[in-house]
Design a protein around this ligand. Structure first.
Ligand code: GS8
Length: 222
């Protein structure tokens, strides 16, 4: 265990998939840290000072030094905290592939998944078609492997894992059953939830459903 005195702090917001990625990485590396929940409608001075460019969570503070952007934070955690487990593989080609898929997930999943949950009617149908395509691409990459990188849980798994707790919402709000349409990805989702690092970093899908119900009241005419 890395001791808390090392001064690791995470500025976060409970439902953020980006923050959850960092929580999973910290748990994988067994790093103790102080969790600080941010009110995004009234950001703290510490958040504004630590991420003056984007003003977003998550921010990892290590001995007072800020690191921003979830995928960069994960790589930092992997490099800065020695442990038995490595999030990125050591072989350069395998590292490049882990980064490629984490980047694909980063560019595609949040935006299209949010669109799907914040729309109705034709706009939602269009988002659904696009989203199924994105998930099928991921399923093809996964193939018969246990994790995206093969036998070891890694960067792309951490990048996507938080979205497994959105699967229930996809079905409830958009009639998309990941289990039926993209079964291998659904099975991967169950597998990653068996890891303690993932299970303790995510919230019950019903809590996520309640959160998106409020969001939909604001954004969607039903
Ligand atoms: C995204 C962080 C983000 O969107 C990352 O860390 O990977 N690319 C970044 N953070 C959101 C909360 S999650 O929806 C945020 O902090 N929003 C506050 C704002 O936009 O004012």
């Amino acid at each position: 265990m890395v001791s808390a005195e090392k001064g690791v702090k995470l500025l976060d917001f409970w439902v953020s998939p980006f923050g959850q990625r960092c929580r999973i990485a910290l748990a994988e590396k067994e790093v103790e840290y102080e969790y600080k929940e941010e009110d995004l409608s009234q950001k703290s001075e510490l958040l504004l000072k630590s991420n003056p460019v984007h003003k977003k969570i998550p921010v990892l503070l290590h001995d007072g030094k800020p690191i921003c952007e979830s995928l960069i934070i994960i790589e930092y955690i992997d490099e800065a905290f020695p442990a038995k487990t490595h999030i990125l593989p050591s072989e350069p080609y395998a590292r490049s592939q882990a980064r490629f898929w984490a980047d694909f997930i980063d560019k595609k999943v949040y935006d299209c998944g949010s669109k799907l949950l914040k729309s109705n009617g034709e706009a939602q149908e269009e988002a659904k078609r696009e989203f199924i395509g994105i998930l099928k691409t991921l399923e093809t990459e996964l193939g018969g492997k246990t994790y995206f990188g093969g036998d070891d849980f890694g960067l792309a798994d951490i990048a996507f894992a938080p979205f497994t707790s959105w699967f229930y919402c996809f079905e409830a709000f958009a009639g998309l059953s990941v289990e039926k349409e993209i079964p291998k990805l659904a099975a991967w989702g169950k597998r990653v939830m068996e890891r303690e690092s993932v299970a303790k970093s995510l919230y019950d899908p019903i809590k996520i459903y309640d959160f998106f119900s409020l969001i939909r009241k604001k954004f969607v005419d039903e």
